[in-house]
Write a protein that binds this ligand. Structure first.
Ligand SMILES: *Cc1c(COP(=O)(O)O)cnc(C)c1O
Length: 389
């Protein structure tokens, strides 16, 4: 038998990081100093107070067993507490919060829970690739929700064709946004909820960057809106907020029927996150307002400011983001995403992600993650500015 992957697998777009990594490897092997601004992964270690809690929790045999879905109520209670303190929203920990093994896990398991084969899912373009990929895994149909610079990277919901809206059962939004760094107001969320309500669409808001904001204005939760729980869920994660990408601890909050369906899928697939990691997650959310986090926000803000200004001097179009650690830059004229990213890599030894990797609407842009210190950021900029564009 000659093995053939399924049609679902064949329908996936190529994973852009693979080719990028191959080229990067060649340069590193040749002895070049490559500056990695591609992958969105904080370079700083997880905060001490969280690591310490894990160490302690790992020693407790009570934590060594299967946790199953509802086995560790402490994390869900703490998530609810965080929601109350940060957003002024009251959630019932046992039904309106679901513990996840990273928010990507929850995103990936949502389509089989709520999308029947052939039904539509509105996915932002450009956007986090998992929305589209995992829709395909459930034999759902991804429909583009185009985002554009002119509209501040917010979708024009009025422009969604009637037949698409009719077929759609799930819509993803993600603000603060990856890859563009754009933010949304509560007023925008209100319009999105009205659209979802009108067409009976579940609204899944990915809030992975809600706690990575700069300045006084903190990004809102969609669950702050009255009646949001009737139709919306929201994904929150420790990954970016607490430098915990490797730990895999996150939660979904909101509509209890959607969360119950997602929980049903999960309980047939995983047996819960390690309880000691959930304990560490409790420490994290209890510490969401600690000074270390504010210092980290200031640090990313400074880097993003320097990066955006430097890119503009080099001939890119780049606005300073108000949240996330991404600078989303329009490439100089005469280039597209790929040719600009290749030039950066080959001539400046700087890795940025070509925007089309996040969808067709990302063509003409490059995403830079400011995950190196200020000195390295400046070195990268010096090299970029030295190129002829
Ligand atoms: C990083 C990221 C996630 C995944 O976070 P995990 O909780 O680590 O799975 C989800 N959504 C977006 C938009 C991200 O950038």
């Amino acid at each position: 038998m000659k093995f053939q992957p399924t049609e679902r697998i064949k329908a996936l777009p190529p994973y852009i990081f693979v080719e990028l990594n191959r080229k990067k490897r060649v340069l590193i092997d040749a002895g070049h100093d490559v500056i990695e601004l591609g992958i969105g992964d904080p370079e700083r270690p997880t905060y001490r107070f969280i690591v310490d809690r894990l160490k302690q929790a790992a020693e407790d045999p009570a934590n060594h067993r299967y946790m199953l879905l509802y086995g560790c109520p402490g994390f869900r209670r703490q998530a609810a507490e965080f929601f109350e303190q940060r957003y002024g929203v009251t959630l019932e920990p046992n039904t309106e919060i679901l513990t996840l093994i990273g928010s990507k896990e929850g995103i990936g398991h949502l389509p089989p829970a709520v999308v029947n084969p052939g039904r539509g899912v509105l996915v932002p373009n450009p956007g986090y690739p998992a929305y589209r990929a995992t829709t395909l895994f459930a034999d759902g149909v991804p429909h583009d929700l185009p985002l554009s610079e002119e509209r501040g990277w917010l979708p024009d919901l009025e422009a969604v064709p009637a037949d698409v809206a009719r077929n759609t059962v799930l819509m993803y939004l993600n603000y603060p946004n990856n890859p563009t760094g754009a933010c949304a107001s509560l007023e925008f969320f209100e319009r999105a909820l009205a659209f979802a309500r009108k067409h009976e669409i579940i609204l899944a808001h990915d809030a992975a960057y809600n706690e990575m904001y700069f300045g006084e204005e903190r990004p809102p939760s969609i669950l702050q809106l009255p009646g949001a729980k009737d139709i919306a869920i929201e994904f929150h994660s420790t990954s970016k907020t607490f430098n915990m990408t490797g730990w895999r601890i996150a939660f979904a909050a909101g509509n209890k029927d959607v969360l119950a369906a997602l929980g049903k899928i999960k309980s047939n697939i995983d047996s819960g996150q390690f309880a000691a990691v959930q304990e560490a997650g409790i420490a994290a959310y209890a510490g969401f307002d600690r000074p270390e986090l504010h210092e980290s926000r200031a640090m990313y803000h400074e880097r993003a400011k320097v990066m955006a200004a430097g890119l503009r001097e080099a001939g890119f179009r780049a606005a300073e983001p108000r949240a996330t650690f991404y600078v989303w830059a329009g490439v100089p004229s005469g280039y597209n995403s790929t040719s600009a990213a290749n030039k950066l890599l080959e001539e400046a030894h700087v890795v940025g992600v070509p925007g089309h990797g996040f969808g067709t609407m990302g063509e003409g842009y490059i995403r830079f993650a400011v995950t190196v210190d200020l000195d390295r950021t400046r070195t990268a900029l010096k090299r970029i500015k030295a190129l002829k564009w």
